[in-house]
Every structure is written in C-alpha cells, then in structure tokens.
Design a protein around this ligand. Structure first.
Ligand code: SF4
Length: 198
C-alpha cells in the first residue's frame, strides 16, 4: 500500500522513491517499566472485531511465554481497547499490568521500544513496532499482509488462510474462522522463532 501511495507521485511526474522505513528514534524507557524483559501485548484492533483474536488464545500464549522465557506480560492499547484487555486479563487469571487507555501514543511507543517482544494484530501498533525495528508477531485474519503488512523485517505475520480471506470486513458475517482456526501453538511458534532471531 505504501508503494501504491508512492505511485501517486509518479502519476504527478515526480520521482516515485522507495517504500522504506526511516531510521528509528531512540526512545527512553518508561519509568514504570519492569527491570525484567517484558512482552507487550496489544489485543485490540480499532478497525473492528473481525480482526481480533480470542482472549483465551492470547492468554494461552502469554502463559507459555511466561514459563519458557520469563517474559512479564504488559497489556497495552488505547481507550477503545480497555474492554478487550480486561478480557485477556480475565482469561489469564493471574495478576497482570494493564496499561490500556492509560498511555498517550508517544508513551505507548516508549513501552514498545523497550519490549523484548510485541504481540499484536494488523494494527497501528504493528506499524509502530516495524518503525521501531522491534521483534513482533502480528496476527492477520480478514486483511491482507501483502497489501497492508509491516515494512522492514522485524515483524512476523501469522495467519490461518481461509477461502473467504481477505474480506476486509469489520465484523465477520460467518464464524470468524480466519481467527478461530489460528491456534495458540502456531502463534507461540512464531513468537519463539522471533525471540530466537538476532
Ligand atoms: S468472512 Fe472470512 S476472512 Fe472475513 S472475517 Fe469472516 S472468517 Fe475472516
């Protein structure tokens, strides 16, 4: 899509340029950030519920990464993600820091910049993670990574391709199979691979 926008320049007779990320900024660590490595989880997706993976599945991956890599989970998101984050916290069933609705966009960027790993959907924070060159795993369902996927190479995309995807719908008219058929094991594998990459 970035390429498509650059194509508009070409249509105007200007040099098209290349769709690439600018150098990442150096951002300070949030003062409340834990000293141990943490997992930033952004289970919301402002676009609509069709893009959101289940809270129990997020909780399963979080629990496994706590056990295998001692990553402290931190839930993040905007005001519209508070309910979604609460559902993940509830599914987790153990105390978790939930900063949804409590950070500005810049503060969110600070939290992402110091996370060991970011787990999110196809969303604004996914592109922020890519811009910051942070290791991240982004879940796709109703949208198309070839069109709106992250630039750079720090973000892994996971999806369970179904015949109706991409539909680009905000709410699924059938059974959310693009989301429900993506298993916690598949997402966990992508997370561990990303953690093992330099
Ligand atoms: S129609 Fe298919 S691709 Fe679209 S949200 Fe539903 S299951 Fe996913």
């Amino acid at each position: 899509m970035a390429d498509q926008y650059l194509g508009l320049l070409e249509d105007l007779g200007l040099p098209k340029g290349k769709a690439e990320l600018p150098p990442p900024p150096t951002l300070p660590k949030p003062k409340d950030a834990p000293s141990q490595p943490y997992l930033a989880i952004l289970p919301g997706a402002a676009y609509g519920p069709a893009k959101r993976w289940d809270s129990a599945s997020f909780a399963s991956v979080i629990r496994d990464l706590q056990k295998s890599h001692s990553l402290q989970p931190i839930l993040l998101g905007g005001l519209g993600d508070v309910e979604t984050c609460q559902a993940v916290a509830q599914s987790l069933g153990s105390p978790v820091t939930d900063l949804s609705g409590k950070t500005t966009t810049l503060e969110l960027a600070h939290w992402l910049a110091h996370a060991r790993l970011i787990l999110c959907h196809d969303s604004g924070p996914m592109h922020l993670a890519a811009f910051l060159r942070k290791p991240a795993v982004a879940i796709f369902g109703s949208t198309e990574p070839a069109w709106t996927g992250p630039l750079g190479s720090s973000v892994s995309v996971v999806r369970h391709k179904v015949s109706c995807s991409p539909c680009f719908l905000k709410t699924c008219p059938i059974d959310r199979r693009c989301m429900t058929r993506l298993t916690p094991e598949e997402v966990l594998t992508a997370c561990v691979q990303r953690l093992n990459q330099k």
